[in-house]
Design a protein around this ligand. Structure first.
Ligand SMILES: Nc1ncnc2c1ncn2[C@@H]1O[C@H](COP(=O)(O)OP(=O)(O)OP(=O)(O)O)[C@@H](O)[C@H]1O
Ligand SMILES: [Mg+2]
Length: 446
C-alpha cells in the first residue's frame, strides 16, 4: 500500500481500462486518502471519514471493471454486492449487514493465508527437530549422560539434521506421534446463509478426521515433516490471531463495492411501491455512516470502510437518494459513454484485450490469429454503429461482435488444414454488413 500513489493506481488501471480518467482518479485518491489517514497521529485520525464514491455512467463503460481491478491491485479486503439484491421481495437472509460479514469472511481467508505463509518457516524448523527426535530417540539412562556423551549426541544430531534438510532421509520410514487436533475451527450459527461462511475444506477434514492423541503413525520422513509442519502452523496461527488481523484489515482497509445503486433510488416520490427501496437506503445508512456489525469473528466497526457505489442513474439521480445517504457519498464521478476511438483502443491495448484473448484461444488449436489495423478500426466502427442503432451497451458490444465475426472458425477448429487466420478489413465488412443491414437480424445477433 505504501507505494500505491494515486498516479501509480491510475497507471495500473490504465493497463485494463481505456478512458474514464475522472473515475480512475477519484478511486485512486480515495485509496490513498485512507493510507494518509493512517499516517495521521492522535484523535484526528478517527475524525477523517472515507471519500465514498458514486460512479455514474451508462452500462458497459467500465464501472464494475474499475472496481474489480482495484480489488486485485490492492491487498485489501474487498466485496462486491448488488444493491438491488436487498430489495427483492421474499429474499430471505440477505440483510444489509451481510455485506460486512462477507467482507470479514474474505479478510479472514486472506489473513489466514498470509499468517500461514509467515509461520511456515518457523513451523518447519520445529517439525525438523521433532523428526530428529524420532530418528535419534533419546535413550533414558539412570544417570546423567557424561559431557562427552552429550557432545557426541549433539554431533550426530547435527549430522542427521543436515541429512534431513538435504532430503536424503525423505524416504526413510519412521513412526511418529500424531498430535491432538484442534477443536472445530468453525461453527454454523442458525440463520447464517452458506455464502457468508468461509469454509476451509482442509481445515474441515482435519477436524472431522482427528487422530487420537498419542496414536502412532508410520510414514516417510518427508510426509512426517509435512504433517508436523502443518500441525505446528495450525498451532501458531490461531483463530483469534486470524480474526484480529482480519478485523484490523477490514476496519482500516476494507472496500465494499455497491453496484446498481440507482436501483434503490426513488425517481418519483410516490408512496407504496418504492417503500422497499428507501427501506434499503435506510438500512444501508448506518453501515455507511459507521456502526458496529456483529460477525462470527467479532464486532466490526464500519466507520472507515470505503464504499464505492455505481449505477447508470438514467432514471433516478443521486439526488433521489435520501439526503443522509447522499451526504455519505461526497464524491461523484461520471463515466463517459464509449466512442469508436475508444473501441479501437479497447480492442487492442488492454492486457486482456479481446483480440489478445481470441489469439490465445486460437493458439490452443494451433491456429495463428492476427488482426490488421484496418480490421480493428472496422470492428470498432460496427460496434459504435450497433450501439447507436440499437441500445448503447458500451464495450459489451465488442464481445458480441467479435463472436459473430469469428464464430465459423470457433466452430470448425480444430482443422488440420487451418494454420493461419488473418482478419482484414474486408473480412469484417463482409461478415458484419449482412448482419447490421437487417435490423431484425442485428437485434438477435449483435
Ligand atoms: N473503458 C473500458 N476499457 C476497457 N474495457 C472496458 C471498458 N469499459 C467496459 N469494458 C469492458 O466491457 C465489459 C463490461 O464492463 P463493466 O462490467 O465494467 O460495465 P459496467 O460499467 O459495470 O456496466 P453495468 O452498468 O451494466 O454494470 C467488461 O468486460 C470490460 O472489460
Ligand atoms: Mg457493472
Amino acid at each position: 500500500m505504501d507505494n500505491l500513489t494515486p498516479a501509480r493506481v491510475v497507471s495500473e488501471l490504465d493497463k485494463y481500462i481505456i478512458s474514464q480518467s475522472a473515475a480512475k482518479r477519484a478511486v485512486a485518491i480515495a485509496l490513498r486518502n485512507r493510507w494518509r489517514r493512517m499516517q495521521v497521529e492522535g484523535d484526528l485520525r478517527q475524525e477523517i471519514i472515507p471519500n465514498n464514491i458514486i460512479m455514474i455512467g451508462p452500462t458497459g463503460v467500465g464501472k464494475t471493471e474499475i472496481a474489480r481491478r482495484i480489488a486485485r491491485l490492492i491487498d485489501a479486503p474487498f466485496v462486491k454486492v448488488e444493491a438491488s439484491k436487498f430489495t427483492e421481495v421474499g429474499y430471505v437472509g440477505r440483510d444489509v449487514e451481510a455485506m460486512v460479514r462477507e467482507l470479514m469472511g474474505y479478510a479472514v481467508n486472506q489473513a489466514r493465508a498470509r499468517l500461514v505463509e509467515e509461520h511456515q518457516e518457523a513451523a518447519r524448523k520445529v517439525a525438523i527437530e521433532k523428526v530428529l527426535d524420532y530418528l535419534l530417540p533419546f535413550k533414558k539412562t539412570a544417570e546423567e549422560p557424561s559431557e562427552e556423551d552429550q557432545e557426541r549426541m549433539k554431533r550426530s544430531r547435527d549430522k542427521m539434521r543436515k541429512m534431513v534438510l538435504s532430503g536424503f532421509m525423505d524416504d526413510k520410514e519412521i513412526e511418529f506421534e500424531q498430535g491432538e487436533s484442534e477443536s472445530m475451527p468453525f461453527e454454523i450459527l442458525p440463520g447464517m446463509s452458506m455464502e457468508i461462511l468461509d469454509i476451509n475444506i482442509s481445515e474441515m477434514l482435519s477436524s472431522i478426521l482427528p487422530s487420537k492423541p498419542g496414536k502412532r503413525q508410520k510414514s516417510t520422513v518427508a510426509n512426517a515433516l509435512k504433517v508436523i509442519t502443518e500441525r505446528e502452523v495450525n498451532r501458531l496461527v490461531t483463530r483469534e490471531k486470524v480474526a484480529e488481523v482480519a478485523k484490523k484489515a477490514v476496519e482500516e482497509n476494507g472496500i465494499i463495492f455497491i453496484d446498481e445503486m440507482d436501483k434503490i433510488a426513488n425517481a418519483e416520490k410516490h408512496a407504496g411501491i418504492d417503500v422497499s427501496r428507501s427501506g434499503v437506503q435506510r438500512d444501508l445508512l448506518p453501515i455507511v455512516e459507521g456502526s458496529n456489525v456483529p460477525t462470527k469473528y467479532g464486532i466490526i466497526d464500519t466507520s472507515h470502510i470505503l464504499f464505492i457505489s455505481a449505477g447508470a442513474f438514467s432514471m433516478a439521480k443521486p439526488s433521489d437518494l435520501i439526503p443522509e445517504l447522499q451526504g455519505r457519498f461526497p464524491i461523484r464521478v461520471e463515466l463517459n459513454s464509449l466512442t469508436e476511438e475508444d473501441f479501437v483502443r479497447i480492442l487492442s491495448e488492454p492486457e486482456n484485450a479481446l483480440t489478445k484473448q481470441y489469439t490465445e484461444l486460437f493458439k490452443s488449436e494451433n491456429v495463428a490469429l492476427t488482426f490488421t489495423k484496418g480490421a480493428i478500426a472496422e470492428i470498432a466502427r460496427f460496434a459504435a454503429l450497433a450501439n447507436e442503432k440499437m441500445e448503447d451497451i458500451g464495450a459489451r458490444r465488442l464481445h458480441t461482435i467479435m463472436n459473430t465475426l469469428l464464430e465459423d472458425y470457433l466452430f470448425d477448429m480444430p482443422d488440420p488444414k487451418l494454420k493461419k487466420v488473418r482478419v482484414c478489413k474486408r473480412f469484417v465488412t463482409e461478415k458484419l454488413n449482412r448482419v447490421i443491414k437487417s435490423e431484425d437480424l442485428s437485434r438477435f445477433i449483435l
